[in-house]
Design a protein around this ligand. Structure first.
Ligand code: ADA
Length: 592
């Protein structure tokens, strides 16, 4: 069947890559009806429970209903409703870039999906017999269910748990058969431009191929007809091809390619980069060159938007990081917005992406439901992010209690699953317990969260920042002596100190901008002077909302104030200090 590809359709596709140029897209971003159900509302909504519900308010999607003053601090079920028109009945795909904390989704009163994976992008196929006007409802629950050890988002996490539809939502009209879900592009050889295409169909998990497709790189004409054969290990139909006129992706030259795959009934356009990331002893190599990762931990957070950041703000954050001579972003502590990763691909940033978790104790780590959700979340993250050349590391379970032997079982499962789904990226996680960690042998890269000179200081510490270098030397010695760590790259995945925006003190008292600037200056200089450290993610890029008093940490004004910029992206003295150290190091490197 000759394709009538309507290039305008791509413009309607509000989501990031991949694009589906042959599908009718129904964007659902915009203004939705809204009401908040509080009090003893049942934890799950029954079908047709919205009949007669009075929608007294409006909300924007993407958006967080509790980021604004009207619903700030209130928890319950935020019910979003939108009516939409379809030109034809048939099979449809719902695509959502991510929400929080959990949600049930109904079409015309019938539940079609429930999401228990905050921040994870998801899709759901459903059928609508009739064309005409229909209604979709997202019942978004921003309450903690802490009695459920399996819940991914927990009340003690040190970042605010917003309720809302964080990212884009759209419907796509599916063909009746052979609908393409994704095409993962794996760099087989970055020197020759050889890639492996792994095509996943959306609706035939049991599909065993072969599949005849037309393949065109970079919009080159009609493309070539290829037969792809089923690869049991990948669960996809696969083929190996060379990209014509290929260009290698790197931070300096972030060259991107597209590939268009057509079946007899569908079409997908994926964007990808040709590059190789691997470890070699204590070095992390990108296309054979050793990396020095310099950058920040970045939360998706803003006082007015919560994690539902507009694209303009994502671009602004990347411009600021580029101006600071950073090349690295740890997307803490959850799967990232795909639009943001698209921008990282285009700007040439290097990204660590990880699943949602934070300081989880054994009662979570050994809980079968928590384990199952962590593994499914990791699968989603890899499936969604596979084609981003900017993503160079996959991680999980930030600061879980890895000193406890009970942490090993889930760590083994996650490492095994990441390597099965993606043999191309090194695996790591950020430990806060480097001195007695029990799982470091399972990792490709050793990553440590350290806060010398901030936590654990006593009255005897006249100038706490003097504890930085000795502690880093101590950790370096531990890593270089450990059988499980000595021959692996080391990233300082968190280190920092708070500085209250506008708080100045000539004696550099803790909480002053002066203390924070001096602290980060010393950290950056240490990292740049020690080749053993292959990466640094300062904690953190901007201040972000947390809670007035987490169980074990006080947070001035209810924020984590360790940003080098405040939550409105207003630079502190630390911003200048870090930019100056990175800039002079870069100039020196260029002179050498
Ligand atoms: C931990 C945690 C961060 C943040 C940080 C801090 O390392 O991983 O999310 O809470 O401490 O500011 O104390």
């Amino acid at each position: 069947m000759r394709w009538r590809e309507n290039s305008q359709r791509k413009e309607k596709n509000k989501m990031s890559y991949p694009l589906y140029p042959a599908r009718d897209i129904v964007p659902l971003d915009g203004i939705w009806d809204f009401t908040l159900l509080e009090g003893e509302t049942a934890s799950r909504m029954q079908e047709n429970a919205f009949r007669g519900l009075e929608f007294s308010d409006l909300q924007s999607v993407p958006g967080c209903f509790d980021a604004g003053p009207r619903y700030a601090g209130r928890r319950g079920i935020g019910v979003y409703r939108k009516r939409f028109h379809l030109r034809q009945g048939g099979r449809y795909l719902l695509k959502c870039g991510g929400l929080g904390l959990t949600a049930q989704i109904f079409i015309d009163g019938r539940e079609i999906e429930s999401s228990e994976f905050p921040y994870s992008a998801f899709t759901r196929i459903f059928h609508l017999a009739e064309a005409g006007t229909h209604e979709i409802v997202f019942a978004v629950d921003n309450r903690f269910h802490s009695e459920d050890n399996g819940a991914l988002f927990r009340p003690n996490y040190d970042f605010y748990a917003y309720g809302g539809i964080y990212r884009n939502v759209e419907l796509q009209k599916l063909p009746e058969r052979y609908a393409i879900d994704r095409c993962h592009v794996l760099t087989r050889d970055w020197r020759t431009g050889k890639v492996v295409l792994n095509v996943f169909l959306a609706d035939q998990e049991d599909f065993q191929g072969p599949l005849t497709v037309s393949i065109a790189f970079d919009d080159e004409g009609e493309g070539v007809t290829e037969t792809l054969f089923f690869h049991a290990g990948r669960g996809a139909v696969s083929g190996e091809l060379s990209v014509p006129d290929f260009k290698v992706w790197s931070p300096e030259r972030p060259a991107l390619h597209t590939v268009r795959i057509r079946t007899e009934t569908d079409c997908i356009i994926e964007r990808f980069g040709i590059r190789e990331i691997k470890t070699e002893g204590t070095r992390l190599l990108l296309n054979g060159e050793p990396l020095k990762l310099l950058g920040y931990n970045r939360h998706e957070s803003h006082p007015e938007f919560g994690p539902a950041l507009p694209q303009a703000l994502m671009i602004e954050d990347l411009q600021i990081l580029r101006d600071m001579h950073c090349n690295f972003i740890r997307g803490c502590h959850y799967p990232q917005n795909q639009d943001f990763l698209d921008l990282c691909d285009q700007y040439g940033f290097l990204v660590w992406e990880e699943g949602l978790a934070w300081g989880n104790p054994p009662e979570n780590l050994t809980d079968s439901s928590f384990q199952e959700k962590q593994i499914r979340q990791t699968r989603k993250m890899i499936h969604n992010s596979f084609n981003h050349p900017s993503v160079i590391l996959f991680g999980f379970l930030n600061e879980m209690h890895s000193f406890d032997p009970q942490a090993r079982e889930l760590t083994e499962k996650l490492v095994r699953e990441i390597r099965r789904l993606d043999p191309t990226r090194p695996v790591t996680f950020a430990t806060a317990f480097i001195d007695d960690d029990k799982v470091l042998d399972l990792l490709d890269v050793i990553s440590t969260n350290l806060y010398p000179g901030w936590y654990g200081c006593g009255y005897e510490d006249a100038s706490p920042a003097d504890k930085i270098e000795p502690r880093l030397n101590e950790v370096a010695a531990r890593i270089d002596s450990g059988e499980d760590t000595r021959n692996k790259p080391w990233i300082i995945s968190e280190i920092g100190a708070a500085g209250l925006f506008g708080c100045h003190d000539r004696l550099k008292g803790q909480w002053s901008e002066e203390y924070q600037a001096d602290y980060l200056r010393r950290v950056c200089r240490y990292v740049l002077d020690h080749s053993r450290v292959c990466g640094l993610a300062l904690w953190q890029f901007t201040d972000c909302r947390t809670y007035s008093c987490s169980p074990h940490l006080n947070r001035a004004r209810g924020f984590n104030n360790k940003g080098s910029l405040d939550e409105y992206r207003r630079p502190k003295m630390a911003f200048d200090a870090v930019r100056e150290v990175f800039s002079s190091w870069k100039e020196q490197k260029e002179e050498d």
